[in-house]
Design a protein around this ligand. Structure first.
Ligand code: IMP
Length: 430
């Protein structure tokens, strides 16, 4: 089947970008279907490291077309900067190689100001958003007051919509949050200028991708964030405002059913999270420092978008089992196995205990995990540095046992394992 979907199974930052880059070698189109520049993908090719927030990481492959679907919210300034960065790095970006859905919504400076004001007002209950205006932009969309890329094609109408939008947000900013209003004239001027640069890239993504799929061409749908940040299925209310799960790929790209059945779930070998919200297997102290790294290496556990240190913990299979179900995952890709070298013992959470009852599945989803205590299985660690291992058989027995146990406990095969940030630092497991 020509449509493959890549999703994150945790709280984002699983390392999806590196597998998207790898799988894009066989894809004609690589299409982002949710989120905005809250996402951050680090892709390393040789000596070059790209940090992308919006443009699908598959664009680095010279033959594939990058697509931004209607389910994405886009800050035009960030988009233009990314186009410039990629052009400067020698990546070819033309309207033939990058297409943006006319149905995608804009993130404006007013949305960003509102995100900041709302987080401040939440005080102790703050979500820990990326402050990129994501929630307010999706709120505008749902309340039918959003601005779409389609609106850029009619300059007069575009200005009117921006003016109405900024006036409305200013009302909220000043009356509800006692924050400074945004200057509508400036927003109009900036967005109209960006519009001149962006309009050549606007297209009917649904028609483009459906036509391609009908001809048997391969489309790789790339989800941002992860299952546990999904608005409907994540650790609500500590979630993002979009649908990073596999169902979101069809809605967020305008593709009908029946073009694909391969859903690849990307899972880090341990658990990480940025922002607030439950995290049953969270670690602190020396173990946490060891998993997180110091921040000196680009692969250390510090946010690509915000630079915040990530919370870290042992792998949680109750949550992974849940992600496998919600997405219909039939293949797993495991990242960062190399980071687990040098631990005396490793632990995996296989179930939770609450009120003397054992739970392998979540009784009421992952939103409220209070009182659920992880049940851990202990695994022997390994000393060997894995970064130069390329074959499954060359992994130490303890590392193979760790991987096989995840497979067995989830009931889904692990097909790919990454042992470093470079393109070739991947083990294919049959
Ligand atoms: P927002 O998406 O900026 O509204 O943030 C909502 C929550 O999702 C916060 O906890 C963020 O830290 C988290 N979040 C959003 N995008 C990402 C991501 O790409 N990786 C990890 N966490 C994210």
């Amino acid at each position: 089947m020509p449509l493959d979907i890549v999703v994150g199974t945790q709280w984002g930052d699983e390392g999806k970008g590196r597998f998207v880059d790898l799988l894009a070698a066989d894809a004609d189109y690589v299409a982002r279907f949710n989120g905005g520049d809250n996402a951050g993908h680090t892709v390393t090719v040789g000596s070059q490291t790209f940090k992308l927030h919006l443009i699908p990481s598959g664009i680095i492959q010279p033959h594939s077309v990058g697509v931004i679907g209607n389910g994405v919210v886009v800050c035009p300034e960030i988009l233009i900067n990314e186009i410039k960065i990629l052009l400067a790095a020698g990546v070819e970006i033309t309207p033939q190689r990058l297409q943006i859905s006319y149905g995608a919504h804009l993130i404006t400076p007013a949305h960003i100001a509102l995100d900041k004001a709302q987080e401040q007002a939440r005080g102790k209950t703050m979500i820990g958003t990326t402050l990129r205006g994501i929630g307010p932009a999706y709120t505008s969309k749902v309340s039918r007051a959003g601005i779409r890329f389609l609106d850029m094609l009619d300059a007069g109408n575009f200005e009117t919509r921006i003016n109405r939008h900024v006036t409305e947000v200013n009302d909220h900013l000043t009356k509800l949050y006692q924050a400074e209003p945004i200057n509508p004239k400036r927003v109009i001027d900036d967005l109209c200028q960006y519009s001149d640069e962006i309009t050549p890239y606007i297209s009917d993504v649904s028609s483009l991708l459906t036509g391609a799929l009908k001809q048997g061409r391969r489309v790789l749908a790339e989800g941002a964030q992860g299952t546990l940040l999904d608005l409907d299925h994540g650790t609500y209310p500590f979630v993002t405002s979009s649908t990073p799960t596999a169902g979101g790929a069809l809605v967020g790209l305008g593709i009908g059913m029946g073009y694909g059945d391969r859903v690849i779930g990307v899972t880090k070998s341990f658990q990480t999270r940025v922002g607030s919200g439950p995290f049953p297997t969270e670690l602190e102290g020396d173990l946490a420092h060891k998993l997180r790294g110091t921040g000196e290496q680009p692969w250390d556990e510090f946010g690509t978008t915000t630079g915040r240190p990530r919370r870290v913990g042992w792998l949680d299979l109750v949550l992974l089992r849940y992600a496998a179900r919600i997405n219909g995952i039939n293949e797993l890709a495991l990242t960062k196995l190399d980071i687990l070298s040098g631990f005396d013992q490793l632990f995996i959470c296989t179930g939770y205990r609450k009120d003397n009852q054992t739970h392998l599945e979540l009784p009421f989803g992952p939103g409220n995990l209070d009182g659920f205590d992880p049940i851990y299985e202990e695994f022997p660690g390994w000393e060997q540095d894995l970064t130069s291992v390329r074959k499954w058989e060359e992994l130490p027995a303890a590392a193979r046992s760790y991987v096989l146990s995840i497979e067995q406990l989830i009931g889904v095969k692990i097909k790919l394992i990454s042992v470093g940030p470079e393109r070739e630092q991947v083990i294919e497991k049959n």
